[in-house]
Ligand binder design. Structure first.
Ligand code: ATP
Length: 593
């Protein structure tokens, strides 16, 4: 029992700690926007209590006085109708306004959390599964909303209705008042009894919610691979196991809830039995009238309801505590530094890497002592075996991550001195895995250059060799591409991504295997047009295909995170080192294929 009490104290402490957190105040602060609506709900809740009190008082008068047919009886009956109608009306309005507050708060909170997620660094998202964020946006926020909307409101009105009902019953008879007042707090015992077990189960339930999101996300995103590899059966049986766990967990929780409800209801029902027994004796002794007893019966549940609600609030606090910690962690994370810093001057900059070192995880070096220089307007090709660190160099240039040692400079100025928005506005990238949003072809080309005119979009499509296939689409530029561009071929997607990069008119262009999905003819057209749209830009080309590297001014051969060789393609070929070896193997590979 001592351990249970200790755990209870810990739980209360952790809830108190949560309530004091900055993220909690940010989310709760949102409710401040709806002060007016909250006030209306509070008044309506009090209206419901007032209707109940007036209804009980009408009962008391009716049964105490037992008036014969006539004005008083009809008056009391009219009061019955009026107070019942009043209770129903207040109840209805309270529900409607509660839902209005609820809907507003939950959507605004979701907006706040989503905005915060977009402000966090890419490293945060790369280290998490997207199901974690879904769990935050749906599961955890729902629990949080339940607390912020319903429970906070109840916590405000419950004391008022408990005190007013208690005082009223005291005036009926102190003994009946006392019974009503004692019955309420006794119900809280039920929470103490099951709290410990329930808390563990609820934390597990939250984790399980994450697992469900995880499996659903993986299945839906990997549908093509599932079908191609005939994984339907395996996926179904894995998800069945998750669902079986879920059923066991939910049933265990519901059983505990039912047990708690039973324990909670015992004092209430005992209150009825004792109250009616004592009341009947007092009535027989002439100490109270029949009306007093009827008023007691009518109101006892109103006196105990606040405590029944507190039991529910404790339950919802447990849910909030299980998920809120993660939600608040995200809300309190420092967003990517987007202010401060200088803007990148117009024109193509030079890029310098000076002994740059980097590790995604402690102890696993990905880049070490990487140094190279690309003069303004020149093209550098990053070449090397898979996993050598080429894409990581680009991520550092975007400032998605910061180097753990060394410096990256643009025009001789350290990268961190530039404001991120200005830096990224000057970078255009075509990567190997193209992401298209579910919109029209035109919208997808205009991403990052929303104000571009129709003529510019068309020109970008022309230079990226996309125009011909776009014209063949049913609605040309207005054709929808489907989720992730599912209705287009890989090569078509890549060409749209190239058009998108062209339209951005950036001063640094990053081409990460930009033509890997293009046929030889389209690729050579792309290479010749590259000079036209990116001639003045500083270009970083990541390529395995030597056809893409041929025209580079400078080659950096990266292997195991280190620069093995650097120089012009001709120099490196003459030296006959790793690059020349790579080139030869590539030629044989291209010949064989
Ligand atoms: N987000 C990440 N978290 C942890 N490790 C990562 C992450 N991204 C890449 N790595 C690791 O960093 C190393 C370099 O990866 P990178 O993608 O830069 O190589 P690459 O040369 O571009 O490879 P490829 O030619 O196959 O695209 C690899 O060992 C990879 O496993």
């Amino acid at each position: 029992m001592g351990g249970g009490a200790g755990l209870e104290r810990n739980h209360n402490r952790s809830v108190r700690k949560l309530i004091r957190r900055k993220g909690f105040r940010t989310l709760l602060g949102l409710s401040g926007t709806y002060k007016g609506l909250y006030a209306i709900v509070l008044v309506l809740q009090l209206g419901v209590t007032a209707s109940a009190l007036l209804f009980a008082e009408t009962n008391r008068r009716l049964f105490d006085r037992m008036p014969g047919p006539g004005g008083e009886l009809y008056g009391l009956l009219a009061c019955f109708v009026a107070f019942i109608a009043m209770g129903l009306l207040f109840g209805l309005l309270e529900r409607v306004f509660n839902q209005i507050v609820n809907t507003n708060v939950v959507f605004r909170m979701r907006e706040l959390v989503l905005i915060q997620l977009t402000r966090l660094s890419l490293s945060h998202h790369e280290n998490k599964h997207s199901s974690d964020s879904k769990q935050l946006l749906f599961g955890d926020l729902e629990a949080f909303k339940q607390f912020v909307v319903f429970d906070v409101l109840k916590l405000c009105t419950l004391p008022i209705s408990f005190i007013s009902v208690g005082i009223y019953l005291m005036t009926v008879h102190p003994v009946l008042g006392l019974i009503a007042i004692v019955v309420g707090p006794l119900q809280l015992l039920s929470s103490v009894l099951v709290n410990r077990t329930l808390k563990g189960l609820i934390a597990r339930q939250r984790e399980h919610g994450g697992e469900v999101f995880f499996h659903m996300g993986e299945t839906l995103s990997g549908m093509r691979e599932i079908k191609m590899n005939q994984m339907e059966g395996a996926v179904a049986s894995r998800f069945r196991r998750v669902c079986d766990d879920g059923i066991r967990l939910w049933v265990a929780i519901e059983k505990l809830h039912a047990y708690r409800e039973l324990v909670r209801a015992i004092p209430e029902k005992a209150g009825y039995i004792v109250g009616i027994g004592v009341g009947a004796v007092m009535m027989a002794n002439g100490q109270i009238g029949a009306g007093g007893l009827v008023a007691f019966i009518t109101l006892l549940d109103k006196a105990s309801a606040p405590f029944a609600s507190i039991v529910q609030i404790i339950n919802s606090l447990q849910r909030v505590a299980a998920g809120a910690e993660k939600l608040l962690d995200v809300m309190e994370m420092e967003p990517e530094d987007d202010g401060g810093g200088i803007g990148l001057p117009p024109g193509a900059p030079s890029i310098t890497f000076e002994r740059v070192g980097f590790a995604y995880e402690e102890g696993r070096t990905v880049l070490s002592g990487v140094s190279f220089h690309v003069p303004a307007g020149a093209t550098v090709a990053l070449v090397g075996p898979s996993g050598g660190g080429k894409s990581t160099v680009v991520k550092l240039l975007y400032r998605f991550y910061a180097p753990s040692s060394g410096t990256i400079k643009l025009n001789g100025v350290p990268l961190q001195h530039y404001a991120i928005p200005s830096l990224r506005a000057n970078l255009a990238s075509v990567s190997q895995d193209v992401y298209l949003f579910d919109g029209t072809i035109g919208d997808n080309i205009k991403i990052g250059a929303e104000h571009a005119g129709e003529a510019d979009v068309r020109r970008a499509a022309e230079l990226s060799q996309s125009l011909a296939f776009i014209k063949k689409q049913p609605q040309s530029f207005d054709t929808r591409v489907g989720e992730r561009g599912i209705r287009l071929s890989q090569g078509q997607k890549q060409r749209i991504a190239i058009a998108r990069a062209i339209l951005r008119k950036a001063s640094i262009v990053v081409l990460d295997e930009p033509t890997s999905a293009l046929d030889v003819e389209t690729e050579s057209m792309f290479q010749s047009d590259l000079h036209e749209w990116a001639g003045d830009c500083t270009k970083i080309v990541i390529a395995h295909r030597l056809s893409t590297i041929r025209d580079a001014d400078y080659v950096v051969f990266l292997e195991d995170g280190e620069v093995r060789e650097a120089g012009t393609p001709q120099e490196l070929l003459r030296e006959g080192g790793r690059f020349a070896d790579f080139w030869q193997k590539q030629e044989i590979k291209e010949f064989v294929s």
